[in-house]
Design a protein around this ligand. Structure first.
Ligand code: PSU
Ligand code: MN
Length: 304
């Protein structure tokens, strides 16, 4: 086994026994939501996964160790420390590990560590993508490159329109990443169920998701699969309202010259501020919805 990797005893027992396991990221804890809702949400997501028959493996870097499976105390620590913990994408891993530092893992890094541990299904909220204005800034999330090379199914609620959704889909197509709509033909836009952009395939059951991913693994096709699961109707937000807040956040980021890895956390915090917490409630509900689907899908995959 990778000498930098620690798999918790519960996660290890599940993997050794061929039981379903669902990976979870930690940037959403340290950088994506405020304390204490971040910790409460992370623990509720773990509970939801257990209730649906799988074992949760929250992933992070603690003291330079790659962790698959955190204790509630470790989750509390990451949530309380918040943005003091380095947001860790692929390029951050070597130095953080060598220095024995902490890192909150993005979608990209969570996929890397999940794959090292042998975990195939990962639930999150939103992924990074091609930012608006990327034709001049070249701000394209490392999440997309990871989906191109690392064999993990990522279940998300689509992408926020802080991104250029059309360019994000083009990029994923070029990289050979299947983009699946769960029960929908349209890419969901995180807070809303619709975006105006189509997905590659609509699949309607956990069985269909699991068998498509199994086929990809069996063929040895590198890379992952992106499953986009619309936010439940009752929690979805008014598109005019939320898109107005997003546009304002993007303008403010430009005016302040926010760049690089600070961009996504800045936009998320700004949107939350502008919508007075409504967006946080929607965010929590869609993550729970993705956790349920991931637990069910990993249970099917474990039997195939
Ligand atoms: N988008 C969201 N919520 C998030 C993120 C993105 O709606 O919490 C986080 C995820 O961890 C994602 C990361 O992997 O931001 C992408 O950051 P960047 O755009 O810097 O690659
Ligand atoms: Mn970026």
């Amino acid at each position: 086994m990778n000498k930098y990797l620690d798999i918790s005893s519960e996660v290890k027992a599940a993997l050794d026994g061929g039981k379903p396991v669902v990976a979870l990221e930690s940037t959403i804890i340290s950088h994506g939501m405020p304390y204490p809702q971040n910790v409460e949400t992370a623990l509720t997501v773990e509970k939801t996964i257990r209730e649906h028959g799988a074992v949760p493996a929250t992933i992070a870097i603690i003291g330079g160790r790659l962790k698959a499976g955190l204790s509630p105390d470790e989750i509390e620590y990451l949530g309380k420390a918040g943005t003091k913990v380095t947001k860790a994408s692929r390029r951050d891993l070597p130095v953080l590990v060598a220095k024995g530092a902490d890192g909150a893992t993005t979608v990209a890094t969570t996929m890397i560590i999940a794959a090292m541990a042998g975990i195939k299904v990962f639930a999150t909220g939103g992924i990074g993508g091609v930012h608006r204005g990327a034709e001049t800034t070249m701000d394209i999330s490392a999440d997309l490159e990871e989906l191109a090379v690392t064999p993990v199914m990522v279940i998300c609620a689509g992408a926020k329109s802080i991104l250029d959704l059309g360019l994000t889909l083009e990029y994923l197509e070029t990289k050979g990443v299947p983009v699946v709509g769960y029960g929908t033909d349209e890419l969901p836009a995180f807070y809303t169920r619709k975006s105006g952009f189509g997905v590659d395939y609509r699949l309607d059951t956990p069985e269909e998701l699991a068998s498509a991913f199994k086929a990809k693994l069996d063929m040895g096709l590198r890379g992952g699969m992106l499953v986009t699961n619309p936010i439940p109707e009752e929690y979805s937000m008014d598109p005019g309202y939320i898109n107005g807040a997003i546009d304002e956040a993007v303008k403010e980021a430009e005016a302040l010259g926010i760049r690089g890895k600070a961009t996504t956390p800045f936009l998320l915090a700004k949107i939350k501020e502008l919508t007075g917490g409504d967006s946080l409630d929607a965010n929590i509900e869609l993550v729970l919805n993705n956790a349920r689907l991931a637990a069910k899908t990993s249970a099917v995959l474990a039997r195939l």
